[in-house]
Design a protein around this ligand. Structure first.
Ligand SMILES: [Zn+2]
Ligand SMILES: [Zn+2]
Ligand SMILES: [Zn+2]
Length: 201
């Protein structure tokens, strides 16, 4: 019988790619193992320590590094384990069967990238603070029913970009672009009590 492989995956905090590696059970039992990102800036390590493995994983979600102890049983056998980032409670690492880990890693990479696009934690915005203020201002305006479309629809959905926010009318698809990159953009928005999307009808 061929020796069972165990796989590891995490998201590199440096380059944002998913890092995937496989090791034989034998290798994992024999000594500490490491999986290094192609960019060379991050590395996951796993070290046998009695009845558990000590895992150090670079966290692509919060940018930090986390330590976890995984029981030998779950580390070497079974479908696998996911380790969650203690800061964000989001999964940031998988260890287990290669097929499962490989699929999970791809999903993880997409989730992390989407998060970065929408939360700004990866410097996705021209100015994170302005973007945050603009979004909370928009939320306030929306909360008092101040956002409407000339087609008659009340409310909107929001699309966040790096330097602006689009208010989109779900009824007619009309858009209003709100700049969100500078102090002036914020001042401009704060003096508006209502916002009207120019409808397409
Ligand atoms: Zn990397
Ligand atoms: Zn984390
Ligand atoms: Zn509309």
């Amino acid at each position: 019988m061929a020796e069972e492989m165990r796989a590891f995956a995490y998201i590199c905090p440096s380059c944002g790619k998913s890092v995937y590696g496989e090791r034989t059970q034998f290798a994992l039992q024999a000594a500490a193992s490491a999986v290094v990102c192609d960019c060379g800036n991050s590395e996951l390590t796993a070290e046998p320590a009695g009845n558990c493995y000590r895992v150090t994983v670079p966290c692509g979600v919060c940018g930090g590094e986390h330590r976890a102890e995984v029981p030998v049983d779950r580390f070497l056998r079974g479908s696998g384990v996911g380790l969650a980032c203690p800061e964000t409670k989001q999964l940031c690492c998988y260890i287990g069967e290669p097929a499962r880990v490989c699929a999970a890693a791809r999903e993880l990479e997409i989730t992390v990238r989407k998060k970065k696009d929408s939360s700004g934690s990866g410097g996705a915005f021209v100015d994170d603070i302005i973007m945050y203020e603009v979004l909370s201002e928009l939320k306030d305006i929306a909360a008092r029913g101040g956002i409407s479309c000339s087609c008659g629809h009340q409310g909107c959905s929001i699309e966040v970009h790096s330097a602006d926010v689009d208010l989109v009318c779900p009824a007619c698809g009309g858009r209003l672009r709100v700049p969100a990159a500078t102090d002036e953009d914020l001042d401009q928005l704060c003096c508006q009590y209502t916002l009207t999307i120019r409808g397409r009808k």
